[in-house]
Design a protein around this ligand. Structure first.
Ligand code: CTP
Length: 435
């Protein structure tokens, strides 16, 4: 025990000075108010794992709101209090947020396996949490600064790289934990302990996931999609059949899995063709939903994205898919039609279609467009039409469009070609007008 204590303090000494000083300050204010204070949860887990974590959660055995007020006297941040819950948060100048909760003694029936001795308020606070690795605390009061409190074997599980719940009903009480277990296990490469795995499967079987709001599902799924190794999460979700549990129509087939696995490579290929950086998250979501019934797409999009525009974009990408694939399997498609069709799509669409389609033809056309058509621009402009003594008016737009079409079609190349062609076109249009 002495050893872990020393280790804990040692790790804390490696924290950024600002963070270390802050934790010391929290402890000192605890001393002044004669209350025990702790930093808890994800911060402690990540400290022991030597991972950076700027989210600091403080537990006070006593009035957390009063404590937050005292603390903010020193910090001069933006204080937000919720008296009724005994919680507060302070937003610091550097934009980090400190959350403070009051630990209270709670009187409820402990699960039968646990002895009914009176537990400390801290114990109660930690017992309500999700996984053993997230249930450790470090005391901050001066006398015990750096003392690790580990009631549930979190340190051992951290060493063994295990995700384990504290009690069997954990996933029933809070089904978001199903997603959290998957998120942590994939993110940190931890395995889900067997009994916990069974609890997850039971909860999924009982359709607990359908009780989770769209917002909360999104909060857990969003960080998964932002991780460059997102495929790990998808694989773990798939092993629990979680996609189907979220929506029975959401079937992520082997083929989709393979395509998801190919997105990064496709992105790299496109990196060579375009200097723009496409939004990979959008491509991933589109790929996950590629087989989802389009008339129900908005029902499920809300669980994955908050942004209406992003949802609309994904909808349009998938809606256009079949017709586009059909068109792009036409032999000898002319350059102008190809340009006209693909220029209506975003880079994300093109990456998605390229990644998703099976036909070599389609891939070929997309690559051809990216390489030879996408960046075609006219060298001439309205100025040149003026020099040809053409009277400005709506005809300018028509002529220039005609020239662009000829250039895209490969009929003309140089600026002087363009000007000649423009003049011919102008004459033609004028002639038609005069008829
Ligand atoms: N927590 C919980 N059950 C949840 C959500 C959160 O028990 N459904 C607890 C965990 O103890 C967690 C803490 O609240 O450590 C803070 O939650 P959060 O900030 O969401 O997670 P972190 O563990 O900090 O993870 P991350 O690094 O992904 O932010």
């Amino acid at each position: 025990e002495k050893e872990t204590e020393i280790k804990c303090l040692d790790r804390m000494k490696h924290l950024p000075e600002e963070t270390y000083d802050f934790l010391e300050l929290v402890g000192k204010i605890g001393d002044t108010l004669d209350k025990k204070v702790y930093v808890v949860g994800g911060f402690v887990r990540d400290l022991l794992l030597k991972r950076d974590n700027d989210d600091i959660d403080i537990v006070v055995e006593g009035d957390g709101v009063l404590f937050a007020e005292e603390l903010n006297q020193e910090l001069k941040g933006k204080l937000l209090t919720h008296e009724e819950f005994g919680t507060a948060s302070i937003k610091l100048q550097n934009n980090n947020t400190i959350d403070i909760v009051s630990a209270r003694r709670e009187y409820y029936e402990y699960p039968a396996a646990l002895p009914k001795v009176e537990k400390s308020s801290l114990w109660n606070d930690l017992f309500r949490r999700d996984f053993t690795i997230n249930c450790m605390a470090i005391q901050l009061n001066s006398e015990s600064f750096g003392k690790l409190i580990d009631y549930f074997g979190g340190l051992q599980d951290l060493k063994n790289r295990k995700i384990r719940v504290l009690y069997n009903l954990s996933f029933i009480e809070d089904p978001t934990r199903i997603l959290r277990a998957i998120r942590f296990s994939a993110r940190m490469g931890f395995s889900i302990e067997n009994e916990t795995k069974n609890f997850i499967m039971e909860a999924i079987r009982d359709q607990m996931i359908t009780k989770v709001s769209d917002d909360r599902i999104r909060e857990e799924i969003s960080p998964m999609l932002e991780d460059e190794n997102f495929i790990k999460y998808v694989i773990t979700m798939q092993t629990f059949n979680l996609f189907e549990a979220i929506d029975t129509d959401l079937k992520v087939t082997k083929e989709t899995m393979r395509k998801l696995g190919g997105i990064q490579e496709t992105m790299d290929e496109f990196g060579k063709l375009s200097s723009q950086q496409p939004d990979i998250k959008r491509i991933i979501i589109t790929q996950i939903f590629r087989d989802f019934p389009i008339n129900r797409l908005y029902d499920i999009l809300g669980k994955f994205v908050v942004n209406k525009l992003l949802a609309d974009n994904i909808y349009y990408t998938l809606e256009a898919k079949e017709d586009l694939y059909q068109l792009l399997t036409t032999e000898d498609l002319d350059r102008f039609t190809l340009y006209n069709t693909l220029s209506q799509h975003s880079l994300e669409d093109l990456v998605f279609y390229y990644n998703d389609c099976e036909e070599a033809y389609i891939k070929h056309y997309i690559t051809y467009y990216m390489l030879h058509l996408k960046n075609i621009k006219l060298s001439m402009s309205g100025e040149d039409l003026l020099k040809l003594n053409i009277k400005p008016g709506p005809i300018y737009k028509k002529v220039l469009e005609g020239v662009l079409k000829a250039k895209i079609s490969g009929e003309i190349y140089t600026k002087s070609d363009e000007i000649d062609y423009a003049y011919g076109l102008y004459k033609e249009m004028k002639g038609e007008e005069n008829v």
